[in-house]
Design a protein around this ligand. Sequence first.
Ligand code: NAD
Length: 386
Amino acid sequence: MKVGVARETAPGERRVALVPESLGKLTAAGLEILVEAGAGAGALIPDQAYVDAGAKVVSSAELYSQSDVVLRVQKPSESEVKVMLSGQAVMGLLQPLIDPKLAAALAEKGVIAISLDAIPRTLSRAQSMDALSSQANVGGYKAVLIAANAFGRYFPLLTTAAGTAKPANVLILGIGVAGLQAIGTARRLGAIVKAYDVRSETKEQAESLGAQFIVLKSVADASGEGGYARQLTPEEQAAQQKELNEHIGSMDVVITTAQVPGRRPPLLVTGDAVKGMKPGSVIVDMAASALGGNVELSKPGETVVTDNGVTIIAPDNLPATMPVGASQFYARNISALLLSMVKDGSLNLDFEDEVTKATVITHDGAVVAEPVKKLLEPAPAEAAKS
Ligand code: NAD
């Protein structure tokens, strides 16, 4: 079976689905690896490194006409979908819940779409395939470095002949995978770190990394399904914002990472909270996207400096800003998922398998993933018309 590694075409994307070190396991399983010329360029991996690791470098046209499975990081563009073939598989972070129409288009072409973001994350066997976690980890690390870079003072306590620098007070809001990495990174830089999450189980995790957990009186535990948070009621959210405001005012740096699956990210830092912050403070909103973010004044992909001198950064695609490290982790995740679906050198989809069932989005010309199918159903009013 031929496995192709696509060159990413999404703007700003510098990651690549496989790195040369990851090829050994795949070739040992009898897979032939084709790499689109320049696929590793964003991560500064030359084509020759893939050749040395046993791959063949091919043109884009050859990749899409010869591969049985195309591996990629981001979903394919419209023109890439056009050149894909019936019976071919594509594996990547395809975001079928955000872009169900892409799934429908792939199904129509007879392409088998396999999405890493649909992996059942609490299944211990799937941990090595969990690209959402590996990339969130990179994001949490990078968010702290960006904040430290934008902050006009030291993070650690420093005593020097020229005087003493006070340590920075950093608040991490949302203690999932990214938040935990952000706590660890800010602590390693010497900051005093506080952290908050609506899931009470995160208290111990935050404390074990050296953060002080903030307990709010207004919101009891809001754990939802599958280890995620549930959406707060409007009353809970208002009370949470009010109580958080009191903490935010005394912080030098706030990093927000809070997400609720399938929903707009919760608004945690209001315009009023920002008004209460000192000039020179920095906020990094990791949740910001076209859907909104955790910070009222953040603009996705931009840096805003408020009238009171607070810098609000809403970085786009943080993992792509650390392409080598992010690609190394991603390559391990996608290789593990692919190998779990390969038998005797060929793709062998067993729909009794939990991981296969969750991640295969389209098959035999149809969208087969139930949550995606639901999104594609016509709204009741439209259905009534037809
Ligand atoms: P996420 O990106 O969905 O959200 C980030 C954090 O934001 C979460 O901790 C969530 O509780 C928090 N949050 C949501 N609404 C909030 C609000 N109003 N106020 C404050 N915080 C809020 O989460 P994630 O990083 O993808 O992780 C989700 C869960 O999956 C976690 O429980 C994590 O431990 C779990 N997980 C488990 C495994 C595993 O078992 N192998 C692997 C990866 C992740």
